[in-house]
Each structure stands twice: as structure tokens, then as C-alpha cells.
Design a protein around this ligand. Structure first.
Ligand code: UD1
Ligand code: UDP
Length: 372
């Protein structure tokens, strides 16, 4: 790729399922403000069900570049990302690189931008599980340390950044762009249709998603998890769109034979949120699902020892559980019924616009500085 002369665009780097959901509202708001922007899809996720369907359903423009890095070990995937992003940034000469969340594409974008001396912004900055065994914790700490602009979803994230010495002027509490996406599609959700399509009987049901290494890479933990799902599915039908990561491990632990547990392929955004909106509860280790259940008022049982999203506990429907507690936690959630939906401050569907306002001011200041 050769260098393009001319104006320097804002460049979004996205690569994995949750990135698309977080980036769409920012891209839309920047487009409405007339800002020149490009989208790089790293190709970390490539299946239609993990990638293409999100571009269609979130009405995202097709990526300007798809780097096609694909899967691999952390080292191989990150190395491929670094090489491909360096070439792409050298060609596009971004005025600012914007990365999202905590996936390997986020880490690579932050490292390459820093080494090329490109300004960078991190959307969803400051979340901390304080658990360095999670690849996401490593990725988000690096992205935050290198970001010129840190866009935080919650006050606890701002506190984390301040504690780590990030100067206040770099931090912007803007709310949660993943919730912007939820609010955009909410009127189109069809829980009854999604339930029928998933083959669930009438009546209450729960939704399961599990893919974190901590749950699907250790056979003993995975077996305990499948036992917990079996105890839960004995009480209420569960539908589980199985992420490709962990499918083999979960099946080896007996997932396929659990009565009452409906295994389906990963779902598109509208189908998944439709199911979630109609669910009596969710069992998950997903970051995004903890947030979405909070807004939808669906009790969320997060099968993890920690969460980087404590606001979903203090201002939401989330609760941390161990695999051995799952069945009793499901019972308790069903008995308690649906809590009133809660809304953490600024999770109001307008984070993309707030981010855009900061970016437009930043671009103006930068232009003024280079003119003087
Ligand atoms: C990644 C993120 C994780 C995020 C998740 C969202 C990292 C380190 N992890 O995890 O934080 O929660 O995305 O879903 O970035 N695969 C497919 N099809 C695809 C993509 C992947 O089958 O389109 C399979 C491959 O076997 C691959 C495995 O899934 O090896 C893992 O993919 P990868 O992108 O490395 O990590 P995720 O587990 O998806
Ligand atoms: N999601 C989806 N289909 C599914 C499972 C999840 O559309 O089958 C959506 C979910 O609504 C949320 C996002 O994917 O918006 C979360 O992605 P994931 O759980 O893969 O990543 P995490 O948030 O854990 O990083």
C-alpha cells in the first residue's frame, strides 16, 4: 500500500463482535457531523455470524479495509495484527486512531499507533477486573496507557484511570456506546419470534453465553459449568448460542446431552437481543451481555470471579456466581421475578454523540495548533 497525500481521516479499528456494536454509534455520529473517517476491519472475527451480520444489522458502512488477519495463538494473531495495521496506518495517515474495548485488535491498534506517533483514542477506557490472567485486562490496560483520549462508560472507570495517573484532561465520561446500539434496535426486537426460531417452548426461558478462557480452557471448571447448566436447565429451558471458542471444550464436558438446554449457532445481533429481551434470566461471562441485561431489566448471572463492569452490579441486574451456585441462583432469580430496569448514569443512547463532540473539538484544536 502506498501513502495517500491529502487530509488525514479519523480511523476506527474494529475486529471482533463486540467492537462492531460499540463502534457503530460513534461512526454514525461522526458521519452526521461531517467528519472524514475510515473503518479498518482487522478480520479477527470473520464468520458471517460474528462479523458480517453486525455490519448489516447495525447499518455500518462496509469497512474501507479488511486486513484478514484471522485466528491464531495470541502471539501469532497479535503479530499479524501489528504488521497489517502498521501498513494500513502508514497508507491512511490517520489524524487519530480510535480503538474499542479490550480485544487483541484493540491492543495491536494501540501499539502500532503509539510506535508511529499517531494520536489515539480508546472507547470503553478504564474498566478493570484487576485480574491479569484475562487477556482482555492486559489489552485494555495497554490501550488506556497509550491513549490520548480515554472515553469512559462509568465513574468507576474514571476512578481507575485517575488512580493509574492518567491526567484528568485525557479522560471523558461519555456513557456507553454499546447501549446506544441497543436503543437503536430496541423498537425492532421480537422476543416471541426469536423464541420460536430458537425452538424454545412457550413460557419462561433463560439465555446462556459462555466463551471466556477462564471458563472454557480448564476442563475441571468447564465440567462444573456444564453441571451447573444442567441443574439450571432442569428448572427452566435455556437457549445457548455457542461461540466457536469453547464449543469443543463444552461439548467434551457433556454440553450436547443436557436436557432442556437448546444449543444454537451464534446469533445475529437482532435475534440475540430479541431473545435476551424476552428472557427471565441470562447466564453469561460476556462483558456486553452484563451491560445489555442491566438496561433490559433481565437478571444476569455472571459466571466469573470478578467483573470489570461493577456498575452492572451497583446500578443493574448483575450478580457474580460460581458454577456450583448456578442452579440455586437460577431458582432465586425465577422466584424474585423481573427487577425494574436500571440505567447507570449516561447510559442513555447518546454516548456516540458525546464522543463525537469531544473528537470534533479535539480536531479543531489540533487544526488551530498546526495553523499557528
Ligand atoms: C475475542 C476476544 C474476547 C471477546 C470475544 C468476543 C481477544 C483476546 N479475545 O475472543 O475478549 O470477548 O472475541 O466474541 O481478543 N473463530 C471462529 N470464527 C471467527 C472467529 C474466531 O470460528 O470468525 C474461532 C477460532 O477457532 C479462533 C477462536 O474462535 O481460534 C477464538 O477467536 P479469537 O478472535 O482469537 O478470540 P475470541 O475467543 O473470539
Ligand atoms: N451477541 C450476539 N449474538 C450472540 C451472542 C452475543 O449478537 O449469539 C452480542 C451481544 O448482544 C453483545 C455482543 O454480542 O452486543 C457481546 O459480544 P461477546 O459476548 O462476544 O463479547 P464480550 O462483550 O464478552 O467482549
Amino acid at each position: 500500500m502506498t501513502a495517500t497525500p491529502g487530509p488525514r481521516p479519523l480511523v476506527h479499528v474494529v475486529g471482533a463482535r463486540p467492537n462492531f456494536v460499540k463502534a457503530a454509534p460513534v461512526i454514525r455520529a461522526l458521519a452526521a457531523a461531517g467528519v472524514d473517517q475510515r473503518v479498518i476491519h482487522t478480520g479477527q472475527h470473520y464468520d458471517e455470524a460474528l462479523s458480517g451480520v453486525f455490519f448489516a444489522e447495525l447499518e455500518l458502512p462496509a469497512p474501507d479495509l479488511n486486513l484478514g488477519v484471522g485466528s491464531g495463538s495470541h502471539a501469532r494473531q497479535t503479530a499479524a495484527l501489528l504488521v497489517a495495521l502498521e501498513e494500513a496506518f502508514e497508507a491512511l495517515r490517520p489524524a487519530l486512531v480510535i480503538d474499542y474495548g479490550d480485544v487483541n485488535s484493540t491492543l495491536a491498534a494501540a501499539l502500532v499507533a503509539a510506535k508511529l506517533h499517531l494520536p489515539q483514542a480508546h472507547v470503553e477506557a478504564g474498566l478493570r477486573s484487576f485480574d491479569m490472567s484475562m487477556p482482555e485486562e492486559v489489552n485494555r490496560r495497554v490501550a488506556d496507557a497509550l491513549a490520548d483520549l480515554c472515553f469512559a462508560t462509568s465513574a468507576d472507570a474514571v476512578d481507575n484511570l485517575r488512580r493509574e495517573g492518567v491526567p484528568a484532561e485525557r479522560i471523558h465520561l461519555v456513557g456507553n456506546s454499546m447501549i446506544d446500539s441497543l436503543e437503536v434496535v430496541r423498537p425492532r426486537l421480537d422476543p416471541a419470534g426469536a423464541r420460536a426460531a430458537a425452538g424454545l417452548p412457550d413460557g419462561v426461558y433463560g439465555v446462556v453465553t459462555l466463551h471466556r478462557p477462564g471458563n472454557v480452557d480448564e476442563p475441571e471448571r468447564t465440567r462444573a459449568l456444564v453441571d451447573g447448566l444442567a441443574g439450571s436447565a432442569a428448572r427452566v429451558p435455556l437457549v445457548f448460542p455457542v461461540h466457536p471458542r469453547g464449543r469443543a471444550a463444552l461439548e467434551a464436558a457433556g454440553l450436547a446431552g443436557v436436557p432442556g438446554l437448546h444449543l444454537v449457532e451464534p446469533l445475529g445481533y437482532l435475534a440475540f437481543l430479541s431473545l435476551l429481551a424476552g428472557a427471565a434470566l441470562a447466564i453469561t461471562d460476556s462483558g456486553g451481555v452484563q451491560e445489555e441485561t442491566t438496561i433490559l431489566g433481565v437478571p444476569c448471572l455472571t459466571v466469573r470471579p470478578n467483573t470489570e463492569r461493577p456498575v452492572t452490579i451497583t446500578h443493574g441486574t448483575n450478580r457474580l456466581v460460581e458454577p456450583g451456585e448456578l442452579a440455586s441462583a437460577v431458582e432465586a432469580a425465577l422466584v424474585a421475578g423481573q427487577p425494574a430496569p436500571m440505567r447507570p448514569p449516561l447510559w442513555d443512547g447518546h454516548a456516540g454523540e458525546r464522543i463525537t463532540a469531544v473528537l470534533v473539538a479535539w480536531l479543531r484544536d489540533r487544526e488551530a495548533a498546526s495553523a499557528s
